[in-house]
Write a protein that binds this ligand. Sequence first.
Ligand SMILES: Nc1nc2c(ncn2[C@@H]2O[C@H](COP(=O)(O)OP(=O)(O)OP(=O)(O)O)[C@@H](O)[C@H]2O)c(=O)[nH]1
Ligand SMILES: [Mg+2]
Ligand SMILES: [Zn+2]
Length: 301
Amino acid sequence: MYEGRIMKGIGGFYYVNTDIGLIECKPRGIFRKGRQTPLVGDKVLVSLIEGSPGQGIIREILPRKNMLLRPSVANVQQCVVVIATQRPQPDLLLLDRLLVLAQINEMDKIICINKMDLDSEGKSQNVIDAYRQVGYVVLCTSTKTGQGITKLKEILKDRVSVFAGMSGVGKSSIMNSMQPGLGLKTGETSQKLKRGRHTTRHVELLELDFGGMVVDTPGFSSLSLGTVKELKDMEESEFTRFYPEFGNSPGECRFAGCRHISEPDCSVKMAVERGGIAGFRYRNYIKLLEELRQSRRKKYD
Ligand SMILES: Nc1nc2c(ncn2[C@@H]2O[C@H](COP(=O)(O)OP(=O)(O)OP(=O)(O)O)[C@@H](O)[C@H]2O)c(=O)[nH]1
Ligand SMILES: [Mg+2]
Ligand SMILES: [Zn+2]
């Protein structure tokens, strides 16, 4: 038996990277009947098929550290959430959603602000500062000037990372700048709509020649948190853990378990008014919380 990692799955076959090279595998019958389907990123045990060089059978899926649904991939250590300074315009609500998802899946989070070359006026600086102040790692990149690419490589080295963000922000382009040999397809941003056209379609783990692996994800512009299992069972007051800056508000809220919406003497709201907490982060929090409540209400209707 050989241990390896599933790099991609195409047409019912899984391609498993092992010490003896890439093995084309069929999953053992039992996987198809039920419980577990192998995912890209899974660590698996493989046995070779006698007389068929390079072909094998997946015998066992080793325990997963985590599992993302979109893209469908397992055992990812960190998430690089990409937005562009413009083309497309940054969607900070989507950014916050992705940060929530990354945190639920216990991934390290990196925010990447791409297309810095289009921001000669420095319009994105307030966003950069706001997230840095919260404590996020924020990286500024441009695939046109090469800004930030070396730094990003250091962050990705020897780790398994996923790139997420809206279509057209430059996820595939960034990977190509780090490693031209990847030759990922990139798309022209539609001039009329000023948004991308979903150039990336299938899920694959790509090996970086400086060490590590990345998953390029097809972009998307909407994503509901209402379907996320971990959030369905969460108390509303617990949602604040996705907004770590709320914990640094100057005083205490009057009520324990304050949701910081309309409660009186709320120190989070006071901090927003005084500028200690970014207004857009607070508004995103309210929107996401409201969305969760709506999806719960539907469940009981
Ligand atoms: N000006 C500028 N354009 C960029 C930069 N990075 C990427 N682009 C352009 O943005 C467009 C979209 O890039 P992609 O890499 O295909 O974007 P993506 O995020 O992979 O898009 P999907 O695969 O659809 O999710 C292409 O026309 C790129 O040339 C950058 O740093 N600056
Ligand atoms: Mg792409
Ligand atoms: Zn409060």
